[in-house]
Design a protein around this ligand. Sequence first.
Ligand code: SF4
Length: 216
Amino acid sequence: MSIKSEALRYLGHSGQSIPEDQMQLVDAVIEETIAVAEPKTVHRIFSIERRDDSIYIPAEIDLNTKDIKHLLAQSRDVMLIGATLGLSIDRKLRYYSKTDATRMIIMDAVASALIEDVCDTLQASLPFEHYTFRFSPGYGDVPLTMQKDLLRVLEAGKRIGLSLTSSLLMVPQKSITGIVGIGEKDMQLKRSCDGCKLMDHCEYRKKGTVCYKITS
Ligand code: SF4
């Protein structure tokens, strides 16, 4: 799926026609966002060991929540991933928040689509065929505090300049951390909003969309 179609979906667009001038603005913002972004990724892959209904990897992180165990039930390995678009996008978003709110909203959606695309591109470059969806802290029963463990295990501060504030906001802001299962065959897992803690206040759902790619 293209960055443009994903960005339009994040903006709540569901196929209705878009005036030419607005489409040109979206195209211009996509071009600008790609030019300004400084994407960086870091990842580590671990073999999964299973004992007594628990999973273990050789790293200091506990992946034993119900939802992560479900995610990794058919996986051989797990990949921990961190990605960021860098501080330059944050600065540009702050600038447009004061000068051009429309452009800021579009750039925010484009940046969200771009960071997912950066992770997709990384995964596609690795010699694996079968992945689960990317599971991020804050989703399901995985607390946001797990971001700390992910960043520590990935040495994300040192390697890509990605850190957390004391209130668990990522710096740079347009960044993600994730957990992805790697298997030997299609694991037939689909992401949904079931169990998401953000369900009651979700901005994506208010716009009639979701924060993840919809696969058929
Ligand atoms: S769309 Fe909203 S409710 Fe659904 S998983 Fe994403 S954040 Fe949670």
